[in-house]
Design a binder for this molecule. Structure first.
Ligand code: FEO
Ligand code: CA
Ligand code: CA
Length: 611
């Protein structure tokens, strides 16, 4: 997410989709084929407060914020006035659904778990009387509204249904006990008054994108953790360079949890924020298991943790660090993946090598190892806790906000979205470079690379751009697409390859920017489908006002596409969301409190999605 909240401009007049397509016939040609590349009717850009899918598709809404998770006999119903207590919220869907994965139960595809992140909260919507005045009870409810959900679903002839209650159902949130493992566990930097061991921590938060390990566990990524840590700005700044680089400074917080939970006070407990910003491993099949923070993967605003196997059977994990001018990372395990599921691979993510990427103008790139001794770091724990500093010292390439990483299921080509960077080329900021070629890059871009020898363990790779996004009708945006057949979009964020190799692109233009500048004709945030074989990109789904689209996952049989509608109605001002959106419960903005939710999309004829 980009945490910017201002009023979207509602004076926007959308061009027709056809006009946008004609206008974007730009400088990059594509030797495509004449066959229809994607077999669905593209939807036009939209400013409707609705989910819109192609006419040959239908969708249903599941697991809205506040719906019961299904834990035991406790199924507290959502109260439309948001008067549910903090205790209720710990048993209900959190806010702001993000990364998600589909874990089949059995082989017939009828039952499954959905595991999904809840990235952050809208405090105005979360509480019956709004954000102010902040109270201890509100902080506790807020802490219970982030984290992760595990829900069970089953497929009936009429569609998907949440199983209530379910023995798998679980809420993990900012007060769930978890372990810290790997090289930084137990180090002085991770020790706090509450945990002198440096190995036990309360909670996960800012859970954005995700990953799935080869042994079937879920990886949730702690992205903008700094937004929860702070102190009264009047108490002074900090001289700690690492704290400034990570944003864990007085006045840097987005919510004032520190006022009622002093572990989030960066002046009283400066090490507590070192215990966030990690990849957290969760066993979705065991609701009693303890989540584990894996420090070997490095601390940063971790956006994704996309796994693949190396040629010799080890695991590689690709990660973005979503902040302006931060880096792309790769972890390669020391040991090979063993048969036997999580039990046989419980320590696999605790030993290995962390790298950051350098993109050279030649089209080649290198993985730079972050090791003990770099940049004056005392030990490997410090290298990992302050990974950004080590990656800078090694000369990694500062990127335009790296978000999701997706790997083609057959070619092993790796794709990453760079969502945008309004500061690229600004005075005193890094200039454009080969990998990030546009100043004031509001459109964002998607890059691709192939590891040397097609081996994820390689330390060099070959890269290129897949798409430079934006509104081709806006002069001066220098937008280039891989194909004249492409529908326009801005600010790519989520990426997902389905089992057929279609690339699903989800966008997150911030609400304040929708309808303006580079986003003038792009409408609300959208889900697009790209066919790499033809270069075609078509708009598949558009979201309600103020929402972002994220967490797309297609079932292995491609019969259903699940996707998350995050923060419908989001605006910059208090209470503005309800004036902007009533999705999914109301027909008119103002008629209902907007709620993040999962959408399940299927072809009306039961066929594979996308084709
Ligand atoms: Fe939470 Fe970078 O998106
Ligand atoms: Ca994201
Ligand atoms: Ca986002």
């Amino acid at each position: 997410m980009e945490h910017v909240r201002q009023h979207p401009d509602r004076r926007l007049v959308l061009q027709s989709a056809m006009a946008a397509v004609v206008a974007m016939m730009g400088p990059v040609g594509y030797a495509g084929t004449s066959r229809p590349p994607l077999g669905f009717t593209a939807v036009p850009a939209s400013l409707r407060d609705a989910v819109v899918v192609p006419p040959e598709y239908e969708y249903q809404v599941l697991y809205r914020w506040g719906d019961p998770t299904g834990i035991g006999s406790s199924l507290p119903a959502f109260r439309p006035d948001a008067s549910n207590t903090a205790e209720d919220q710990a048993l209900q869907a959190g806010m702001h659904h993000d990364g998600m994965h589909f874990f089949p139960l059995g082989s017939d595809g009828r039952r499954a778990l959905l595991v999904l992140n809840h990235e952050y909260t809208d405090e105005h919507q979360l509480h019956a009387d709004g954000a102010a005045p902040l109270t201890a009870a509100k902080v506790r409810k807020s802490q219970h509204a982030v984290g992760v959900s595990v829900i069970e679903i089953e497929r009936l002839p009429s569609g998907w249904r949440q199983v209530l209650p379910s023995g798998y159902a679980r809420r993990i949130h900012a007060r769930t006990p978890m372990h810290i493992a790997g090289p930084a566990a137990g180090s002085a930097l991770l020790q706090t008054a509450a945990d002198p061991s440096g190995r036990e921590v309360l909670g996960t938060l800012a859970n954005c994108a995700m990953g799935v390990t080869p042994w079937g566990t879920y990886l949730t990524c702690e992205e903008n953790f700094h937004g929860y840590f702070g102190a009264d700005k009047s108490r002074g700044g900090t001289s700690d360079a690492a704290a400034r680089r990570y944003g864990t400074t007085p006045g840097g917080q987005w919510v004032d949890w520190y006022r009622f939970d002093e572990s989030f006070d960066v002046l009283k407990h400066p090490n507590e924020s070192h215990r966030f910003g990690w990849v957290v491993e969760i066993d979705p099949m065991d609701p009693t298991s303890t989540p584990i923070k894996r420090t070997a993967l490095g601390r940063k605003c971790t956006e994704s943790a996309t796994c693949t196997l190396t040629r010799d059977g080890r695991v590689a994990v690709y990660m973005g660090d979503d902040a302006r001018f931060e880096f792309i990372y790769k972890f390669v395990s020391r040991d090979r993946v063993r048969p036997g599921g999580y039990a046989a691979n419980r320590d696999l993510l605790d030993h290995g090598t962390l790298y950051a990427a350098r993109f050279d103008a030649s089209g080649q790139g290198a993985w730079l190892e972050l090791t003990n001794g770099d940049n004056g770091h005392a030990d490997q724990a410090e290298v990992l806790v302050h990974a950004r500093l080590g990656a800078s010292a090694r000369g990694a390439t500062p990127m335009d906000r790296p978000e999701w990483v997706a790997i083609h299921p057959r070619t092993a080509e790796v794709f990453v979205s760079l969502t945008n960077n309004s500061q690229r080329g600004a005075p005193g900021r890094p200039a454009v470079d080969a990998a990030n070629p546009r100043a004031n890059n509001l459109g964002g871009h998607i890059m691709r690379w192939t590891e040397a020898g097609a081996d994820a363990a390689a330390t060099t790779f070959t890269w290129s751009h897949f798409v430079l996004a934006g509104d081709p009708a806006v002069p001066g945006t220098d937008t280039r697409y891989p194909s004249p057949q492409a529908d326009a979009f801005g600010a790519p964020d989520g990426l997902h390859f389905d089992s057929a190799g279609l690339l699903w692109i989800q966008t997150d233009m911030s609400g304040q920017a929708i309808g303006k500048g580079t986003y003038a004709n792009l409408g609300n945030n959208a889900l697009l489908c790209a066919d790499l074989a033809t270069g075609s990109i078509k708009r598949f789904l558009t979201g309600p006002n103020g929402s972002e689209i994220t967490g797309c996952v297609v079932t292995p049989d491609r019969s259903t596409l699940f996707v998350n509608i995050q923060h419908p109605g989001e605006t910059s001002d208090s209470g503005g969301a309800r004036a902007n959106s009533a999705w999914p419960d109301g027909s008119e903005p103002g008629s209902a409190r907007p709620r993040s939710a999962i959408v399940a999309v299927r072809r009306r004829n039961g066929g594979a999605v996308g084709t």
